[in-house]
Ligand binder design. Sequence first.
Ligand code: ATP
Ligand code: MG
Length: 382
Amino acid sequence: MSGSSTPIRLLLVEDVPQVAQYVRGLLNAQTQVKLVDVVSDGSRAAAQARQLRPDVIIVDWLLQGRTKGEKVVAQLRESGLGIPVVVLTVPQSPVSRDPAAGIDAVLGMPFSGFELVNIVVSMRQAALAANDSIRSTMVVVYAPKGGVGKTTVAFNLAVALGQAGTRTALVDGSLQFGDLRSLLRVPADAPSILDLPTDRIGESDLQDVLWRDPSGIDILLAPPRVEMAEMVSVRDIEKALSLLRRLYGAVVVDMPSALGDIPLALLDAADVILEIVTYDSTTIRNTLAVADAFRSIGYPASKVRYVVNRADSTGGIAAEDLARALGRVPEHTIVSDGKLVMQANNEGLPFVLANPDAPISRDIARIATDLVGAAHVATGRR
Ligand SMILES: Nc1ncnc2c1ncn2[C@@H]1O[C@H](COP(=O)(O)OP(=O)(O)OP(=O)(O)O)[C@@H](O)[C@H]1O
Ligand SMILES: [Mg+2]
């Protein structure tokens, strides 16, 4: 681990104020572990973990109230968040380590600051070693051709992921002509990726520059002016992404069509490239050229998932011809709905919220479900 610049985020589930205070005191003396919250009501633990995405959770086994420690541990395990849990207990109530039951480690009272920090650090390291992107899925929405729906899909997909219970960030990767600023009517002085410090980006720096959209997602905006795009380096992007991935269950990126250093860094970092195709011959030609490029970069074919946008307007090309050209049946389709899309985009609203039952919204929701499901399957790989 890279030391103290990104402290390990700890959530404590503890209803005894003196114990919480004791832990707080121990942690105040160091910088490796940061206490993000103390939850005193066990029934709120899983929801709070989902919201805050801590790296490690400590649960008091002797929690009073309706939701006891054992139940909290079970709920956290069932949440599928994959966050390591340390159970806190006393010698009179011995508990055994049992990872299958969600007890990744046991800390006996009384404990020292050294023991506390040690156990949290070792939990985090084990989790990192097991899977370096344990709970985050990064999806870039890409197309080699402009105007095929990247921004529309990226925004609505991010909101749909949020609706499905995944804490989601949206990144405007189109640094020159960031479409999200105008789509969401963001004020001109709203901060962008350029407002991140160039060195040692911390979590609070990131929180300060994110645009909080009323739709429930947080957005890292592109610079407000075209010429400012050049001031963003690949390194800035990589740092911002690694931090976003620690804090969000899903990171969705709206990509530019042209490839360059930064778009390539985004594509490299992605778990999934959601590539938009439409039924027209130039798109298909460009898509094949890109497939070649991706192959030579070394991306496995499974990294790309094709989405046919406006799938009901075939433009004279048969679905079989498209599948033959791509070498496989596209994984997803999104129907056309000019009226709803235009109306929602004009108001800066996601259509998945404006009209969740519309076929186009259901198509997006299905993609979101697939992505989250895939992330669960992916846990434990590498
Ligand atoms: N499924 C759809 N049904 C109807 N209209 C759509 C659909 N998808 C996208 N559009 C419309 O197509 C246009 C282009 O969409 P969008 O701006 O999202 O594309 P883009 O790929 O991000 O474009 P650019 O390359 O300029 O960034 C918009 O007017 C949008 O409203
Ligand atoms: Mg766009």
